[in-house]
Design a protein. Sequence first.
Length: 414
Amino acid sequence: MNESPGWASPGSSPSEPSGDQDRERTPPGDAVPPHPGSAVPPPAQPTGWSAQQPPSAGPTGWGAPPPPPGGPGGWQQNWQQAPAAKPGVIPLRPLGMTEILDGAVSTMRAHWRPVLGISIGVAVLIQLVSTVVTGLWFRNLTSLEALENNPEPTLSEVMDAFNGTLASQSIPMLTTMVGTVIATAMLTIVVSRAVLGRPVSIGEAWQDSRPLLLRLLGLSLLVMLIVIGAMAVGFVPGILVAASSPAAGLLLFFFGGLGGVVLAIWLWVRYCLAAPALMLERQGPVTALRRSAKLVRGSWWRIFGIQMLALLLVMVLSFIVSIPTVLIAALMDGDGAASLLTGGPTDRSWTYLIVMGVGSVVTSALTLPFSAGVSALLYMDRRIRREALDIDLARAAGVADGTTGTPDRPDPGQ
């Protein structure tokens, strides 16, 4: 393992491991004993241990003598369940769902200076660009208001409203994507250090992530095109058929669109670990996609559930922050409470835009590190289960020369 700043994940290499077979580890208790007639001497018993105690591979420093073996709670069961090493925010063993979510929050608490510095700095840049662009060129929404007040709009009115909305959202969306890529790259580095219990500064995180930003941006665009393409495959046939047969087109649009959404979700989960794989293994976008697909294989539903729960928590938090933000922005705007009843002001003032921008900064400062932390810890959990990454992490952290005290390991496909 490379223990320098910006380490690539232990046990990885720039190229994808050959073959799909998972690396298996033989538990200490399953070691084959020497033949009675062989010349290999039996392992020496530790000083002060009786013959009834566990072999030398077990943990030391127990204060009380263990109960007799074979009975409930005997030394064999206690030895098997020895706690894993925890040099940082997570124990070095296969993680449960709550441990992954708690690890993301613990990273934010334990390393709050770099985490908040990165997330707030990126969020301020995103909102600054979005607010200035919107305030200078896209403050007026009269074309959209005219479309809402017209029960039978013409095609030109619909196109004007669509073009205005698309233009007003294009630059903020592009800025948000670039900012999210930067924040994800730097926060992944912070999480990788937090797992080892090591501090990291904003400058170190930037220095380690900067060479990979273009790759991560390309990966983000590629995943977005894959997901959007999967949805288009489901919706476009219905739109084409609707031109000649509205009823059949509507039916095909509904079921085809449903299939397209399911396919898009499946692909998104399949490639959701590509970003941490790219950052921590320093691979290319295509190789990172293949790496994510291999790690997700056999555990799609579990990863889907954890990602959906994390997304739900992010949405709830965003909603909680947005309620007072919208209320304050509407009250401070010239239209006052009337804008709340009409669905928002059609001519947004600078005050309105600035208040909404501040609310977005607060939301991003809380949600960006949490989302990045969950993805990074999911990636590490899959590598611990499939490739025994916990041994390499323990060695890198200097914990008992790589022994974590967890000989039992779930099946790699779990």
